[in-house]
Design a protein around this ligand. Sequence first.
Ligand code: VGL
Ligand code: ZN
Length: 207
Amino acid sequence: MTDDTALLIIDVQNDFCPEGALAVADGDEVVSAINRIQEWFPAKVLTQDWHPDDHTSFAATHEGLEPFSTIKLPYGEQVLWPTHCVQGTHGAAFHSGLITDSADLIIRKGFRREIDSYSAFFENDQRTSTGLAGYLNGRKIRSVYLTGLATDYCVYYSAIDAIKLGLEVTVLTDCCRAIDLDGSLDAAIKDMAGRGIKMTDSTRLWP
Ligand code: VGL
Ligand code: ZN
């Protein structure tokens, strides 16, 4: 594995695992798959969804609106989620089985009340930077491998931004799980394939 390659581990947090507030089916199954491959990568970045308790992406913030409905915000359509990954809570903590000690950087995102952030690079207004692009550029990273939760939201949007930034992008599908809201997984996979994002299984990378 060359020095210009980074592993991005997206949002492997309790709230996206079984019994979490926004549980992704079998979300915890990514933990051992990700741990197995971590040491192969010279650069490792974790992201953490990190919202204030009155975040604009929470249905509870909007009186009378239900989780999984959508609203129009100044930057476009936004899904309203159950309250999740509130700063400092157990739900926002990384899954306890995930190896986090060897990460070089932890990027927190979605901490601005008015803007959600699916992507690890840019918030949902597509303008506000998390700083990750600058960091990877500073380390001369040219290729990223994406893992984590959820395939069709934060992994997908991170992959799209990464390829737009000119990085080579591979999604390790066995190291991801999806929310799959109204066909969002199929749509994400089609879109990623059309944009030249590679998708493969981590067990096929190295024997
Ligand atoms: C995510 C919905 C809301 C994710 C985060 O990590 O995919 N999805 N916040
Ligand atoms: Zn969130």
